[in-house]
Every structure is written in C-alpha cells, then in structure tokens.
Design a protein around this ligand. Structure first.
Ligand code: GLN
Length: 515
C-alpha cells in the first residue's frame, strides 16, 4: 500500500493481561520494543517500523491489561456513575476507541490481533472488531485472516482443515474474512486453493498463499506476486492503480542474495537461546551488512562461558564483538572479559546499553586501577562506576525515581537528545553532533569517574545536553571501540541502515582482511 503512495499506520492489539511487555522476560515474550515517546511495546512494532519506515508511538500498541486499567481507573473516578461496567459495551468500546483514534492522517490502518481465533482472552477484541465492521461507513473495513496450512509428510499433502476450522470459529463470532492469507512451506495446489475458497466462503482470488521466504525482506514482493495488494484494494472497491514502486525492496533483497563478502560478529549475551530476545539487534546487524554488501554471520556466545574458560579461542576468529543490552549480575563478568579482549586485541567492539556499562567497568578496573569498580545494579558497592539514576531531565521536566518504586514503565525510556563531541569517531559516523536516540535503562555510567577514565584514554564522546549523563564512549587509539547508553538498533531499517551499524560492519569487514 505504501509503495503505491498510500499512508499506512499499523497497530497491535495484544490480549495478555500485562499493561505492557516491559516487565516480561525476553525469553517469554521476545524483545521489548521502545518507541520514541517512551512506550515499551510488543516486538511486532519493530517489524512495523522496519517495513513502513514510520516511527510507531505509544498509541500503536494496546493490551488487555492497559484496557482494564483504563476502565478500572475511570470506574474508581466515578466516570461510569450509576452504570454496571461490563465487557460489552465498556471493554469493547475502549478497544474501538483505541482502534479509531488518531487516524486522520492515514489512508489505511492495519490492526493486528495477536494470538489465535478461539483464545478466551482474545474474545473482547474479536467482538470489538466485529462491531467496528458495522460502526464504520460501508466498505471501509476489511478482514484479513492469517492461517496455517501444515504439510503432513506421511500423507504427502498440505492440509486445509486447520484453516477451515479457524474460519468456522471466526464466523461463529460474526466475522467473515474477506481475504485469507495462508502460510505454507510449499506451493498450495490449485485444487486445495479451490477447496479453501469453497469451504471458507472466500472468493478464490482472495485465497492468498503466504509462502516461507529465505529472508523477511522478501515478503513485500512475495505478497505482491501473489496479488495480496490488489485483493485488498478490490475488497475496498479501489481501482488498483498506480503500480507499486518496489525498486528499493528489490535492491535490498538483491544485496542480501548476492553479498560480496562475509563477516562474523560475536554476540556475547545472556538470552542467546531465544533469538526473538534480540530481534531488532539482529535486524540492525543485517542492515549494516546490506549497507556494506556483506553477509553478516552471527556467533552467539553465552557470556557466562568466559567466567570459566579463556575467551580467546572463542573470540580470536570473529571480526567484531557486540555486547548487547542486558539486566542483572549473572553473566556480567563474562561481558567485562569480552570488552577487555576487544580492547586489548583491537577487535571492533560495540557495546549497547549494558554493553557500554560493562566496557566502562572494564576500563575502570584494568586501566584506571579502580579495582572494585561495579554497578549498583549488582548490589551495594564502594565504587559505583555505574549507578542507579534517581533524577534526570526529560526536556524541561525533572523525572524522579526511588529504589523502592514500581519497576513497570519507570526506566529512562524513549528518545533523549545527546550532544556529541566534535572530532570524535562517533560524531563523524553520525555526521552531526546533535543526535536523538531511544533509551531503556535504570542505571547510568557515573560522571564522577569521567576525568579519571579520560586520563586513561577512554573518551566520553557524547553526553546528555545538560552534561550530566554519559551517552557514548570510545577509545581514540582503537580501530573501532564504541559504547552507547541507548539502543540504536531500534531505529535501524533495511532501507535506512543505522549509521553506527553500517560503520561497525564496515570496521568488521576491515578486520576480516586482517585475520
Ligand atoms: N540493566 C542496565 C540498566 O538498567 C542496562 C539496561 C539495558 O541494557 N537496556 O541500566
């Protein structure tokens, strides 16, 4: 739709009871995606941003928990005085308000409901979108149902039954899908497609196969090839013109398909078993690869390993080391050792958030002689090189926190400005000294140690505009050693790779010529 010149907005409706995913373990729910306006949201919003290039906001993700919280707050205030507060209409109205508000600047609003048809917790959402079909002007709401068509090897066939069954469930809720998007790992034969059309009461041209693709950025072209966009326009009664401009996506896919080289990056982290925990990071590294026309191979290393074994055999052959965001003491010593290896052996190092904090602790201990340097995140310490922030400025507003306050939604969250020092590597990479990046952390590098660390060669290359909070660090005498307190991966897109990731992969490409 966007490639045809339409303005598109995507919104995600999550049926779970958490108010937001901020307090959920990444091993359960995957990465927490942070928006510019400081919302902790579902990782799907990251996909939305990467595909549309439009920055998501707080109002693009809602959960059952948030809906009920709003309603119960209103009920306590007395907003419903006299009424019995119920799922229909109060919960459904709250959902409908969420879906319909703030859409004036858009031609299409795509609302995704998480989960599976039939989930108890998704019922109010299904009911709300059913009602919307009647509330909105005729012809302005279309239902697209995503289903799975599994292949049964023993029978040698793709099965239509799960789709038939799920459509039946959906119809029992009063929703009739206009389009079926059917995921399959192989071509759906004509006969099966006809069967789906017949049994699900969907026109044949609207049964769209969503075949597995080699890389996610093939999806827009793959769906276009299957005619999804034409079918959507037809369902709205819009003449399918003009043709979509997909050249940029073609270029991205060509670069991924035919790289000119390969680099290996070690990611030293804690949740390395579940790749969804690092979704945006993985994508951003691949964007760096796209920018440099190289394939980026990722080597996942549990940092705890280095607490028992020498990191050298693990890290000697890689072309770059990345320590990503993280929480808690477990595994932190291993990350500190990875930073030390990178510094001493002059391997490109990228420390993100926790990864920057660990690099600073490493420098304090091994360069500045602060033997017991640590973070207050790990317990009381005499040398809080990284410490809990209790006050900081957001714009002109003073934010205050205490150690015993709520954990949900109270980190330093969202876009903050930073001032980069002229002449530093990082300001060169950005081509600017004023930047704005997304944050999600409770602790900060302690500015009291700045002078001692700078004397040892660790440059504090970027600070918050008031000069209180260290935002970026680097070594001048190292080919590429940068730590950032924020999460640049959240703003990287395939069509606009983040400059730090492009530059890091470029440095890794240089390194690959040396080892
Ligand atoms: N645990 C650290 C903090 O809260 C780092 C957080 C992160 O890496 N996102 O400051």
């Amino acid at each position: 739709m966007q490639a045809r010149g339409y303005r598109v907005r995507l919104r995600k409706l999550d049926p779970y009871l958490n108010v937001d995913p901020g307090t959920m373990s990444p091993t359960q729910h995957g990465e927490v995606f942070v928006t510019d306006d400081g919302a902790e949201t579902d990782l799907d919003l990251g996909h939305y941003e990467r595909f549309t290039g439009r920055s998501a906001t707080k109002t693009d993700n809602i959960t059952t928990g948030r809906i009920y919280k709003n309603i119960i707050d209103k009920e306590r205030r007395g907003d419903y005085l006299g009424a019995t507060v119920q799922v229909i209409p109060h919960v459904t109205n709250e959902i409908k308000d969420f879906v319909t508000e703030g859409n004036d600047d858009y031609d299409f609003v795509i609302c995704e409901i998480g989960g599976t048809v039939g989930d108890i917790e998704a019922m109010p959402f299904m009911e709300a979108i059913r009602q919307l079909g009647n509330d909105l002007p005729r012809g302005t709401a279309v239902y697209v149902h995503l289903t799975l068509m599994p292949y049964i090897p023993a029978a040698g066939e793709l099965k239509t039954k799960p789709t038939q069954h799920s459509v039946k469930e959906l119809q029992a809720l009063g929703i009739h899908p206009d389009i079926l998007l059917v995921r399959a790992d192989r071509e759906i034969p004509e006969a099966e497609r006809r069967k789906l059309s017949l049994f699900c009461n969907v026109r044949e041209s609207a049964v769209i196969q969503a075949l597995d693709v080699a890389n996610i950025y093939d999806v827009p072209m793959a769906y276009h090839k299957e005619g999804l966009d034409n079918e959507v326009l037809a369902a709205f009664g819009i003449e399918p013109a003009p043709k979509p401009r997909l050249e940029q996506w073609e270029e991205v896919c060509n670069r991924i398909r035919t790289p000119e080289g390969e680099v290996t990056i070690a990611i030293v982290g804690k949740y390395t078993g579940l790749k969804d925990a690092y979704k945006s990071l993985i994508e951003a590294l691949h964007h760096g690869g796209i920018a440099n026309r190289v394939k980026v191979k990722l080597e996942w290393i549990e940092s705890e390993v280095f607490e028992k074994e020498d990191p050298a055999p693990y890290l000697e052959k890689v072309h770059g080391i990345l320590v990503p965001g993280g929480f808690g003491e477990r595994g932190s010593e291993g990350k500190i050792l990875a930073a030390r290896f990178a510094r001493e052996r002059k391997v490109p190092y990228f420390g993100i958030c926790f990864g920057m904090q660990m690099a600073v602790i490493e420098a304090a201990r091994n360069l500045a002689g602060v033997e017991h340097a640590s973070s207050t995140e790990f317990g009381p310490t005499k040398e809080p090189v990284v410490g809990l922030m209790t006050e900081w400025l957001k714009g002109n507003e003073l934010q205050k926190r205490t150690a015993s306050g709520d954990l949900g939604g109270t980190m330093r969250l969202g876009a903050y400005k930073a001032a980069l020092k002229k002449g530093t590597k990082i300001s060169e990479i950005y081509g600017s000294t004023d930047i704005s990046e997304r944050h999600r952390h409770r602790y900060e590098v302690n500015v009291d140690y700045k002078d001692r660390l700078e004397e040892c060669g660790l440059t504090f290359s970027g600070m918050s505009p008031d000069g209180v909070l260290p935002e970026t660090i680097e070594y001048a005498d190292h080919p590429w050693f940068i730590g950032v307190q924020y999460h640049p991966e959240l703003k990287s897109r395939p069509l606009e790779p983040h400059p730090l990731f492009s530059s890091f992969i470029e440095a890794a490409t240089e390194q690959s010529r040396l080892v």
